[in-house]
Design a protein around this ligand. Structure first.
Ligand SMILES: Cc1cc2nc3c(=O)[nH]c(=O)nc-3n(C[C@H](O)[C@H](O)[C@H](O)COP(=O)(O)O)c2cc1C
Length: 319
C-alpha cells in the first residue's frame, strides 16, 4: 500500500539536482513526496558488495535522512537478474521503489533503459513482474508519453500493463523521448491516462506556479502533481501550492528570501557527501530570474570552494 502523502505536490527526481539536502528542504516546505535521483541497478549491486565488506549499508551510497519520509528511490536498468537484486538491496531503506521509464539521455536509452523501454512491451511486463515479486514495498512507475511522435500514445498500453502487474502509481511526463524538453507537455494525455486507470496518476510537466499546479489538477483530474524544474532553487513553491489549493492565496517570496534559503540549503548539505560542483549548480539555480543575477552567476561559476561561494552569496547586493 502507498503511504499517506501530506500534500498533492511532489518533488520530481532530478539527477544532479534533487540531492538529499534539496529534498529535505522541499519536504520541510511541504512537498508530499520526494524521490531520489535515478540510480543504476548495476551501481547499487557493485556498491553494496564494497560496502558490505566494511559493514556499511547502501545508505552510504544513496544518502537520505529519516525526515524525508515518505521517500521513494528511483531505479533504472533493465537486466532482470540485476533488477531483482538491486530492488531487494534498497527495499529495507525506502518507502517506495520507483522505476524510471522516461529518461531521454542517449547514454541511458542506448543501454535499453529509461524512455527507450516504452516500446518494449514484453520486457516492461517482465520488469514490472520482477519488481513486484522481488519486494513488498509499493512499486511505482515514471514514464514519458512515447518514444517518437509516431508512438506518442504508448503510455496508454504501458499504463494498462503496469496496472495489471500491480504497479501502485504512475507519473506521466507527457512529452515523447525524442522531444526532450522542447515545447509544452501535453496535459491532455494526463487526462487520458487518468480516465483509463484505476491507480493514482501523478501529472508532471511545466508546473512553475501554484496556479499551474491547480490548473493541472483541475484540467486532468490527476491525483497528484510532480514538479521538477519549477522547484529548482525555489523550494517555496511547495508551501505556495499547498496554501493556494487550500485558501486560494499564497505568500510571495523576494529574491532576498531565495538567497537566504540557499544558505538553509547549504546548512543541510553538511550532513551529506554532495560534490562542490553540484552545490555550485544549486547556487546558480537559487539566483535564477533575479535582477543582477547574471553577474552573480558569473562569480559563482568561477568560485573554487565553499568559502568563496559563501562569500559571493552573502555579499550580493541584489534586490
Ligand atoms: C536536471 C534534470 C534531471 C532529471 N533527472 C531525472 C531523473 O533522475 N529521473 C527521472 O525520472 N526524471 C528526471 N528528470 C525529469 C523530471 O523528473 C521531470 O519529469 C521533467 O523535468 C518534467 O517536469 P518539470 O517540467 O516540472 O521539470 C530530470 C529533469 C531535469 C531537468
Amino acid at each position: 500500500m502507498l503511504p499517506n502523502f501530506s500534500s498533492k505536490a511532489f518533488l520530481a527526481p532530478m539527477a544532479g539536482v534533487s540531492d538529499p539536502a534539496l529534498r529535505l528542504q522541499c519536504k520541510k516546505m511541504g512537498a508530499g513526496l520526494v524521490v531520489t535521483e535515478f540510480t543504476s541497478i548495476h551501481s547499487i549491486i557493485a556498491k553494496e558488495n564494497q560496502l558490505k565488506e566494511n559493514k556499511k549499508t547502501i545508505q552510504e551510497f544513496i544518502e537520505f535522512s529519516e525526515d524525508e519520509r515518505p521517500l521513494s528511490v528511483q531505479l533504472f536498468g533493465s537486466d532482470i537478474t540485476s533488477l531483482e537484486k538491486a530492488a531487494k538491496i534498497v527495499e529495507p531503506f525506502f518507502d517506495i521503489i520507483d522505476y524510471n521509464m522516461g529518461c531521454p539521455a542517449p547514454h541511458i536509452t542506448q543501454q535499453m533503459a529509461g524512455g527507450a523501454l516504452l516500446q518494449e512491451v514484453n520486457l516492461t511486463r517482465e520488469i514490472f513482474r520482477t519488481l513486484k515479486n522481488a519486494v513488498k514495498k509499493p512499486v511505482t512507475l515514471k514514464i514519458r508519453s512515447g518514444v517518437t511522435n509516431a508512438s506518442k500514445y504508448l503510455f496508454k498500453e504501458i499504463g494498462q500493463i503496469a496496472e495489471d502487474e500491480g504497479i501502485s502509481m504512475i507519473t506521466l511526463h507527457p512529452r515523447t523521448v525524442s522531444q526532450g524538453y522542447s515545447g509544452h507537455s501535453d496535459w491532455e494525455m494526463i487526462k487520458e491516462l487518468k480516465e483509463i486507470s484505476n491507480i493514482p496518476i501523478v501529472g508532471n510537466g511545466d508546473i512553475v506556479t501554484p496556479e499551474d499546479a491547480k490548473n493541472m489538477l483541475d484540467e486532468t483530474g490527476c491525483d497528484y502533481v510532480m514538479i521538477g524544474r519549477g522547484a529548482m532553487g525555489n523550494p517555496f513553491l511547495f508551501e505556495q501550492i499547498n496554501d493556494y489549493l487550500k485558501t486560494g492565496s499564497y505568500k510571495e517570496y523576494t529574491s532576498r528570501d531565495r538567497l537566504d534559503s540557499f544558505f538553509d540549503y547549504l546548512d543541510l548539505t553538511k550532513n551529506y557527501k554532495i560534490k562542490f560542483a553540484n552545490i555550485k549548480g544549486q547556487a546558480i539555480r537559487f539566483t535564477k530570474g533575479m535582477v543582477g543575477g547574471k553577474k552573480l552567476r558569473e562569480k559563482i561559476s568561477i568560485s573554487k570552494n565553499l568559502d568563496e561561494l559563501k562569500e559571493i552569496m552573502s555579499h550580493s547586493n541584489l534586490e
